[in-house]
Structure formats: structure tokens, C-alpha cells
Design a protein around this ligand. Sequence first.
Ligand code: HEC
Length: 125
Amino acid sequence: MRRLRVVLAAGLVAGLSVLGLVGPVTTATAQMTPTWTANIGPLFAANCTNCHSGAGRAGLRLNTYANAIAGGNSGPALIAGNPAGSLLMQRITGQVPPQMPRGGTPLSAADIAMVAAWIQAGMPE
Ligand code: HEC
């Protein structure tokens, strides 16, 4: 069952990143590569920085680009070009529980796809 979940989650991430990169253009954010400044920073500010700034839960601060790239207690949370292997991605999909935002409403599929496309593109600032 755990193996099935991991396979499903990995498939979801792969599918989402493919959608974000080569899928039909259906939303404004899908038309261009997401950037920290325009897309990801505001998304994290709205959903993550109440816990991930200051001391930062798990040592992870998502309030600036440099802090997000630096990662947390588990090391880098973002691996350029590898959404499926990025801890942050695994946490927002729930592949590695507990799902983030912790205790809150999961990000929308569109927002998760946007984060995947951003990591796939190498996390442009
Ligand atoms: C309500 C507080 C809260 C919110 C909001 C929240 N987190 Fe977390 N997060 C935590 C706590 C507490 C931990 C440490 C315990 C754990 O790993 O579950 C954590 C851990 C993490 C880790 C693991 C860091 C490491 O190095 O081990 C990642 C990645 C992460 N969060 C990403 C996010 C993202 C992305 C968002 C926004 C979409 C988010 N979190 C929103 C509380 C929160």
C-alpha cells in the first residue's frame, strides 16, 4: 500500500510537471516559466511563511529566495530539475507526510503544478 502510494505520488508529480511544461496552455501561469518573484514567493507568503520564517519550523524559511534555496534541517528542499526528488514537492503533495501546509488546506492542483514547473526549470528567481 505504501509502495502504491509512492508510485501514485511520483506519477502525479511527473504528470504535473509534464503538464506544466508541454501541456496545453490553459492558464496565465502556464504560459511562461514561473519565477520566485512573480509566482512562488507570493504563493509561499500566502501559505507557508506564517510557520516558515523567523526561526522557521524545521529550520526552513520560505520568506526569501535565498532562504528557500538554502533548505531546512533535512537539507535542501529544492533540487533543480528534479521536482519528484525535492522534499518540498513531496511535502506539498503529501507523498511524505504530514502534508504542507501543516494542518491547513492543501495547495490547489494548479499551484502544485506551478511549483513543479518552477523546480523543473531550475528555480528561476
Ligand atoms: C502551520 C504551520 C506550517 C505551515 C503553514 C507550513 N508548514 Fe511546513 N512545516 C511545519 C512544521 C511544524 C514542520 C516540521 C515538522 C514536519 O516536518 O512535519 C514543517 C516542515 C516542512 C518541511 C520539511 C523541512 C525539513 O528540512 O525537514 C518542508 C519542505 C515544508 N515544511 C514545506 C512547507 C511549505 C512549502 C509550506 C506552504 C505550502 C508549509 N511547509 C507550510 C509547519 C508548517
